[in-house]
Design a protein around this ligand. Structure first.
Ligand code: AR6
Length: 167
């Protein structure tokens, strides 16, 4: 079984233990994949998020998934791209790593990531994909409960990039 799988589609429909949300520091919702996740999960997700007191860039927090098909939502805060000299690369790697650590702490077996920071936050897509793949491979190489990791891409550009890098 392939441990890292490329999937194109809507992350809110994925039947995995946890989906990752590309959230912002407030954890109170927004547009893009964050908006889609909150819409699909229903208002109880926001109620739980309000109790979390936000989240720093590069970190992540976990909640229940309510009406979603998955069991948990891991809200990761990626960096806004300001040109690359503000520690953006390390912050993006850190967002992936901390999400994976939360999943491993709960002994989850499957997880799906969107392309964190590559939408509204303008992180260059190819560089973001290289960082994402390198970071998750390093994590999965350690002992981890995770048996399957999905890169859930939405747009064709990210699909092409991931297809090229993963093959
Ligand atoms: N399923 C999977 N991927 C999606 C979906 C979906 N339903 N919808 C969009 N994407 P973005 P960011 C992809 O902008 O750049 C929010 O307002 C999209 O094509 O959602 O990390 C938050 O509240 C892109 O490749 O997240 C923050 O304020 C990727 O998800 C801010 O945006 C990420 O795009 C975070 O910005």
């Amino acid at each position: 079984m392939e441990r890292i799988v490329l999937y194109q589609g809507d992350i809110t429909e994925m039947h995995v233990d946890a989906i990752v949300n590309a959230a912002n520091k407030s954890l109170l919702g927004g547009g893009g994949v964050d908006g889609a996740i909150h819409r699909a999960a229903g208002p109880k997700l926001l109620d739980e998020c309000k109790k979390l007191d936000g989240c720093e860039t590069g970190k992540a927090k976990i909640t229940e998934a309510y009406r979603l098909a998955c069991r948990y939502v891991i809200h990761a805060v990626g960096p806004v791209w300001y040109g690359g000299k503000n520690n953006e690369e390390e912050m993006l790697a850190s967002a992936y790593r901390n999400s994976l650590q939360l999943a491993a702490d709960k002994k989850l077996e499957s997880i799906a990531f969107p392309n964190i920071s590559t939408g509204v936050y303008r992180f260059p897509k190819k560089l973001a994909a290289e960082i994402a793949i390198k970071t998750v491979r390093a994590f999965l190489d350690k002992e981890s409960s995770l048996e399957q990791l999905f890169f859930c891409v939405f747009d064709d550009e990210n699909f092409e990039i991931y297809e090229g890098l993963l093959s």
